[in-house]
Design a binder for this molecule. Sequence first.
Ligand code: FAD
Length: 298
Amino acid sequence: WKGRFAECRGGEIVPEDPDKRHYVGFPAMNGICAHLLEHDNIDVVLRTRACARYEPSESGRPWALTAHGDGRYLGEFDWLISGDRLSGTNNRADLRDANLLDFKAKVEPIASVPILVLMVAFEKPIKGLPYDGVKFDEKDGEFGALGWIARDTSKPGRNRDDGKECWVIQSGAKAAHDVIASIEEEDFETRRELVREKAKELLMNDFLSAIRKLANDDEAESTPQILSAVGHRWSAAFPLVSPSGDTYSNQGKDCLVDRDKNFVACGDYLGKLTGRIEGAYLSGRAAASVIINAIRNQ
Ligand SMILES: Cc1cc2nc3c(=O)[nH]c(=O)nc-3n(C[C@H](O)[C@H](O)[C@H](O)COP(=O)(O)OP(=O)(O)OC[C@H]3O[C@@H](n4cnc5c(N)ncnc54)[C@H](O)[C@@H]3O)c2cc1C
């Protein structure tokens, strides 16, 4: 992603070293996974939440999977790989019949950090803003709830030929927490809608004032017309885990293994780079190594 980046430190905008590299999935974030899965020996079943049952037998494969919702039978498998810690939490059925008490006990206490996101489309580019991505620290107070803003249209594969421009605005963790805590509605759907509306309003206001502060003076007032804006809440955006142990600790383990049951768990809550794609990737590699070694040693 050949953009122009900056970081807000102590209220000051500091342009980033232009040689620092930035990577994004192409043409969209899921391009990374789609690429890895494109293989003759891999069958992919999309839009299906699998529920696993552990049924060891002398001849058969121990893991039987069905689809959540319609209960469709998905097949029997030698190994089960869990790529999402939320699968192991008590309010999810994914691993309820999997007899994985140790794993569930490890992931249940991991807290999640929520964040709010706004996606906004403008009629034409915001010309006066000299950056494509700016990172903020909400503790500064200078830019309100903002945590990160990105000119999505500047990323590879997202350029548009209709002249419109899309931005993604992300909140800091505290702002997200405050917004979510301020909504008292009990009905789940209504509550979710209210959070989305509030996220949209808050992030839009803070983004528009940030444009005025960050843009070149002569172009600051010319914010283009907004065509569409959608607020979103990521309830479990980042895991609150620390390899060093000051919050819930994963003890730096790259993956969790139950060798007796042919089960392995990976994800961004493991390893040393928690809450990041790099950490998730390294954890996935470690899980793959466990399985490859087990098969080689059979
Ligand atoms: C708004 C936002 C912005 C971010 N920006 C960055 C960034 O700029 N850089 C960065 O490094 N990281 C970023 N992250 C963090 C990054 O997205 C995560 O660290 C990474 O996606 C974690 O990968 P994962 O494989 O552990 O889990 P996930 O990406 O959550 O993947 C788990 C997958 O498992 C699927 N799944 C769960 N249960 C089941 C089931 N029972 N059956 C089938 N499938 C199931 C889920 O649907 C999901 O697709 C961001 C996160 C958010 C929310």
